[in-house]
Design a protein around this ligand. Structure first.
Ligand code: NAD
Ligand code: ZN
Length: 345
């Protein structure tokens, strides 16, 4: 079967022929129906510093997935042949202090599916049964594969009340766009999006942003104050990882408001903590991964509610993997929302 593999410790990846794997104890084999590219896959493709320190080629890439179980390994009793599943990426230990406090999303022994072992950019793939999530049969594969990143967006947006609250989202990359969809489905208003890329501002509008602003041309803090009659937003959701966006967002948040931080900053960030957070009594949440498994229930229900506007976010669909290099290069250039592959042509 064809698979996108990181074959060498260098830029890029290769489409190779490999054997269909056999599920070992505690594993299931799936026929991959849809799989999507995550920012992490892009880092592995680009072979950045993080990838160099973590990835051991040769390895099949990819972790966002929807597929049908076609074989179960020894000892698997929670999943059956014919089940339609997606996968949580974090393989948690269940034994550490965090896990024993039901904080599986911050397990200190987390292994990552598709990062620390073979992934799902293939026609068939192995999924640890402990990480399988059963989907309703009628969920479209291109939605089912988005559930993992949607979990990040849901934890960011729904870390506090959102219905009827003015909201600023900084960064409309794939994750910020999913955040806009979740915020709108949850009744946020107005949703203001700060994003320098025109292509992504247009996508943000299609997903449902009420206002968009280019922070490289206009002051987003003034923009927010104008829209909110000088009050500032109740909720600030940081999806860019840009230090400047963080500072602007905190300035634009109303005193007593709520902040969720998902974007990862490239370096240490210096902030006027006293005036931007402490004297404003802001409620600040760091967001990582997804809550297991509460967030998956929320994500699945949100999709089934029909209220999540996901179609404009899926900008590129590919049958087979033949054009995978084009897909990665478009994503690198910021010319995509989410990219989905349907491996079986
Ligand atoms: P991305 O790089 O595609 O998107 C970031 C967006 O921010 C881009 O569209 C960019 O144009 C925009 N941006 C840049 N400077 C800005 C500024 N000053 N103001 C507003 N927007 C600005 O990344 P993504 O895949 O959408 O992921 C978003 C962030 O979330 C990244 O930082 C990623 O590392 C992080 N992330 C965190 C977790 C977690 O568990 N905490 C998980 C996945 C991703
Ligand atoms: Zn643990």
């Amino acid at each position: 079967m064809p698979a996108i593999m990181k074959t060498k410790p260098a830029y890029g990846a290769e489409l190779v022929e490999v054997e269909v794997p056999k599920p070992g104890p505690g594993e299931v084999l799936i026929k991959v129906l849809a799989t999507s590219i995550c920012g992490t896959d892009l880092h592995i493709y680009e072979w950045n510093e993080w990838a160099q320190s973590r990835i051991k080629p040769p390895q099949i890439m990819g972790h966002e997935v929807a597929g049908e179980v076609i074989e179960v390994g020894p000892g698997v009793d929670t999943i059956q042949e014919g089940d339609y599943i997606s996968a949580e990426t974090h393989i948690v230990c269940g034994k550490c202090y965090a896990c024993r406090h039901n904080r599986y999303h911050v397990c200190q022994n987390t292994k990552i599916f598709g990062v620390d072992m073979d992934g799902v950019f293939a026609e068939y793939a192995i999924v640890p049964a402990q990480n399988a999530w059963k989907n309703p049969k009628d969920m479209k594969p291109e939605y089912a594969t988005l559930q993992e990143p949607l979990g990040n967006a849901v934890d960011t947006v729904l870390a506090g009340p959102i219905a009827g609250r003015s909201t600023l989202i900084t960064g409309a990359g794939p994750l910020g766009l999913l955040g806009i969809a979740v915020a709108k489905a949850s009744g946020a208003y107005p949703v203001i999006v700060s994003e320098p890329s025109e292509f992504r501002r247009e996508l943000a509008k299609k997903v449902g942003a009420d206002y968009v602003v280019n922070p490289f041309e206009e002051d987003p803090v003034k923009f927010v104050m104008d829209v909110t009659d000088g009050a500032g937003v109740e909720v600030f959701l940081e999806f860019s990882g840009a230090p400047k966006a963080l500072e602007q967002g905190l300035k634009a948040t109303t005193p007593g408001g709520r902040v969720s931080l998902l974007g990862l900053f490239p370096r240490d960030v210096t902030l006027d903590m006293n005036n931007l957070i402490i004297f404003k009594a802001l409620e600040v949440h760091g967001i990582t991964g997804r809550h297991l498994w509460e967030t998956w229930y929320t994500v699945s229900s949100l999709i089934q509610s029909g209220k999540l506007n996901l179609d404009p976010i899926i900008t590129h669909k590919y049958r087979g993997f033949d054009d995978f290099e084009e897909a990665f290069e478009l994503m690198r250039a910021g010319k995509t929302g989410k990219v989905v592959f349907f491996p079986h042509k």
